[in-house]
Ligand binder design. Structure first.
Ligand SMILES: [Zn+2]
Length: 231
């Protein structure tokens, strides 16, 4: 989390702060696909050098969240419809295995953590904190992944969740797509009951439900960088 009261020091951590700032803004669907990531503006927002900004943009491009365009600069990557379909297909393939394994391997401590994640997300929703609720809903999926005990699949999922946030933000149309917290609660219950088959089925249904709400063809506008990332 950024400390909004501090003046950003000129340190080599600027690169990480930019990567983290842009990543959280995308995960929370505050920063939209297509927004230009202007180098001078990022230097100003983070109080750092142009080379820090460039290194951060290269890291973000490698994570497929930023697109570097020759002579035009960096933009938050705009997903294509086919890419959106592929990302959700990949998530279903991975998360069915993760949910089943989570149900088979969960300890009592894991179950408590999962239920806490469901509770925190519901509380953020109730308080009307949309960005936090979206961030925590992605976190729910990562908690299931961690419980499953497969680090390789968890790493894939982290990248896919990031790409899903861009996709959902871009193709949400006039819908307000969120993971439904009762769907998360049902998945958590299946895992608590150690019912691998049910957990697998529910996560697949949940991901299909989210994908079914995407509206292809609509193009929302870009975000105001200074308002989203500034302090
Ligand atoms: Zn979800």
């Amino acid at each position: 989390m950024q400390d909004r009261l501090s003046i950003a020091p000129m340190t080599d951590c600027a690169e990480n702060r930019i990567v983290d700032g842009v990543t959280s803004a995308i995960l929370e669907q505050r920063l939209r696909a297509g927004t230009k990531l202007s180098e001078p503006e990022l230097c100003d927002i983070y109080g750092c050098s142009r080379s820090d900004v460039r290194r951060a943009l290269v890291v973000l491009a490698a994570r497929k969240t930023v697109e570097l365009k020759r002579n035009r600069g960096a933009f938050v990557r705009v997903p294509a419809e086919q890419e959106a379909r592929n990302v959700f297909q990949a998530r279903r393939a991975i998360e069915k295995t993760l949910a089943r394994n989570a149900a088979l391997h969960a300890t009592d401590h894991d179950i408590a953590e999962l239920e806490e994640a469901v509770g925190a997300e519901a509380a953020a929703r109730t308080s009307g904190d949309r960005a936090r609720a979206i961030g925590l809903s992605g976190e729910f999926h990562m908690v299931v992944a961690r419980i499953s005990g497969n680090d390789v699949l968890s790493d894939f999922l982290r990248e896919l969740i990031m790409r899903s946030s861009l996709i959902i933000g871009f193709f949400a149309g006039s819908n307000h797509i969120l993971c439904e917290d009762d769907e998360h609660a049902a998945i958590a219950t299946a895992i608590r009951k150690r019912d691998g088959t049910m957990a697998r089925e529910l996560i697949e249904r949940h991901l299909r439900h989210i994908e079914s709400q995407l509206v292809f063809g609509e193009q929302p506008g870009a975000s105001d960088l200074r308002r989203i990332l500034g302090r």
